[in-house]
Design a binder for this molecule. Structure first.
Ligand code: ADP
Length: 282
């Protein structure tokens, strides 16, 4: 039996305990729904930390904004894409199988993603982490249902960017192979049409130390990005509707790059004071 079949069987066998475990480490199964009681920052029952999810197409900037919010709010940023890439970089039994899936822009099975997520949450539990900002999960309705069965998500932020900018952003994405920093060399400047304003996104260039160590993700080629965008529309768009129907979806149209978008996102999340306090104490 190959590694994936063993994992599949293992997952099936432990599915209920896994759900139970997820609910324990995410700590919210029995919490009351607070989603409609007020703006996001008032939704923190007993200091359990925020439980937020980022949705959005490849290249939209989920990782960037999730990571910034995680630092601001002191909750872990958990990116299933990062978990998959860590597994890929390891010499673990799944690495080869994952490469065939990820490098072609396909989705990894729910079972594998759940097992990576559970492993990550177990690790967090040993460090007494509370709350989470999930990025890249859930990506299918089934994943959303599993998550709903184990925890109360307070808010789902759906980042949106015009489609012609997404491809450029994915192709311009670079990672420093030394420090892991994320940069983008794309300079997006799309002429406004039909009364729409020009859309400008300046590149996010690396510091001199990282400049010679930049690498591109294997799945950030034009062909694979187009495949990922198509898969997002088929498999993940319905997840937006899942949360919209539950009144949890905050739609956020990115007005430009980080300098324009970050303050507006903080405003939309009612976090401007929080950011000011943190800056003052820094
Ligand atoms: P993107 O830039 O497309 O949002 P991510 O970094 O989130 O990419 O994910 C990279 C790859 O990891 C995906 O294309 C997919 O193969 C896999 N992956 C990440 N999260 C999930 C998930 N929740 N379900 C299935 N596959 C996933």
């Amino acid at each position: 039996m190959d590694a994936v079949s063993r994992l599949w069987r293992g997952c099936a066998a432990v599915w209920s305990p896994a759900r139970m475990w997820l609910s324990l480490v995410m700590g919210a199964r029995f919490s009351t729904s607070l989603a409609h009681l007020g703006p996001p920052m008032t939704r923190d029952p007993g200091g359990r930390g925020v439980h937020w999810v980022f949705l959005g197409c490849p290249g939209v900037g989920k990782g960037t904004y999730a990571s910034r919010l995680s630092q601001l709010l002191g909750v872990p940023h958990i990116s299933t894409g990062d978990l998959v890439r860590e597994e890929l970089a390891s010499s673990g039994p799944l690495a080869q199988q994952l490469a065939g899936i990820v490098n072609h822009g396909q989705l990894v099975s729910d079972e594998i993603i759940m097992s990576l997520l559970i492993k990550r949450l177990e690790h967090g539990a040993t460090k007494a982490e509370s709350g989470s900002i999930l990025d890249g999960f859930p990506r299918t309705i089934r994943q959303a249902e599993i998550l709903e069965g184990v925890t109360e998500i307070d808010l789902v932020i759906n980042l949106k960017l015009r489609e012609d900018a997404l491809l450029a952003k994915c192709l311009g994405r670079r990672i420093c192979s030394h420090c892991g920093g994320n940069y983008n060399v794309a300079s997006v400047n799309i002429k406004g049409e039909n009364g729409r304003p020009d859309f400008i996104m300046a590149p996010l260039l690396p510091p001199a130390d990282c400049a010679s160590k930049l690498v591109t993700r294997v799945d950030d080629t034009e062909e694979v990005v187009k495949e990922r965008l198509q898969i997002y529309n088929e498999m993940s768009k319905p997840v937006e509707e899942f949360y919209r129907a539950r009144g949890k979806l905050l739609e956020f149209d990115l007005p430009g790059g980080i300098p324009e978008s970050w303050p507006k996102l903080l405003q939309a999340l009612n976090l401007v004071d929080h950011d000011d306090k943190q800056s003052a104490s820094a």
